[in-house]
Design a protein around this ligand. Structure first.
Ligand SMILES: NC(=O)c1ccc[n+]([C@@H]2O[C@H](COP(=O)([O-])OP(=O)(O)OC[C@H]3O[C@@H](n4cnc5c(N)ncnc54)[C@H](OP(=O)(O)O)[C@@H]3O)[C@@H](O)[C@H]2O)c1
Length: 244
């Protein structure tokens, strides 16, 4: 059931100066952190646009009052269709959230390269293609923010080995986010990589210490406080910087 999140206000976030309702687009919004973002932004009065892969997952989003679109982020035609359907719609905050972990417990000598390619297609090329396709929408908005949902496991400085597929995909995503931020600074677009922490979702598992509500409340606070000066940074859900 949709619920009002703890501490949610109908303020449209502390960064808003517009009287217009701001718009957020979230990829992979049918479950996990994507759905939590959709719930919290909807409860805060934002216009929410979510993408899902399975038509059955649309219903949960529409119940929130959100607009749901079907798009697999690895399907360039589906992304072009999404962009065509949203032509002229300003997107204040674009959250490239859809992601996969890939097979776990891969050891050197037995790496599954087909699986690695799939992780890169979803976690790296997917967000890049979505951001590229929707750049005009973000540029036409007031806030002009692109969030790459990354992971602390993508920090090269902190890399501990073992999570080769996932870690390399998020490290590369960070590089893309950083490069996009430099390329888009002239258009006033802010691009950041954010880590949600270790969260209890299908990906994070039951042992994760953070509830999705807590993580997304923190992430939304970080997003609301973004300024162009913070573009190109890598931060945790609590606002602390993560070393590249
Ligand atoms: N949970 C954590 O502890 C954690 C930690 C660090 C970073 N993250 C990142 O946070 C983001 C969300 O993670 P989560 O924990 O919410 O994961 P999740 O519960 O496994 O949900 C993943 C979401 O991504 C979507 N997705 C997967 N492949 C897709 C594709 N090819 N095209 C479109 N959508 C696709 C899924 O849609 P379907 O329902 O159609 O499969 C689902 O909505 C990911 O980028 C993840 O890497 C999570």
């Amino acid at each position: 059931m949709p619920r009002k999140p703890r501490g949610a206000k109908r303020s449209h976030g502390s960064g808003s100066t517009s009287r217009n309702v701001p718009t957020v687009l979230i990829t992979g919004a049918g479950r996990g952190l994507g759905y939590e973002y959709a719930q919290q932004y909807a409860a805060d009065g934002w216009k929410v646009i979510g993408t899902v892969r399975d038509p059955k997952a649309k219903a949960a989003l529409t119940k929130l009052g959100a607009e749901a679109h079907i798009a697999d982020v690895t399907d360039r035609k589906a992304i072009a269709k999404l962009a065509a359907g949203l032509k002229g719609v300003p997107i204040d905050v674009l959250i490239c959230n859809a992601g996969i972990y890939g097979p776990r417990g891969m050891s050197l000598g037995k790496l599954d390269y087909a699986a690695w390619e799939e992780v890169l297609r979803v976690n790296l090329l997917g967000p890049a293609a979505v951001a590229e396709a929707l750049l005009g929408n973000v540029a036409a908005s007031e806030k002009k923010i692109i969030v790459m949902m990354s992971s602390r496991l993508g920090s090269i400085a902190e890399m501990r080995g073992g999570d080769y597929f996932y870690a390399s995909s998020k490290a590369a995503l960070n590089a893309v986010g950083r490069a996009f931020s430099a390329a888009l600074a002239g258009r006033g677009i802010t691009v950041v990589s954010l880590s949600p922490g270790w969260v209890r979702t299908d990906m994070g598992g039951k042992r994760a210490p953070l509830a999705p509500e807590t993580s997304v409340e923190g992430l939304r606070k970080v997003i609301a406080g973004l300024t162009p000066g913070k573009s190109g940074s890598f931060m945790s859900y609590d606002g602390s910087a993560i070393p590249w």
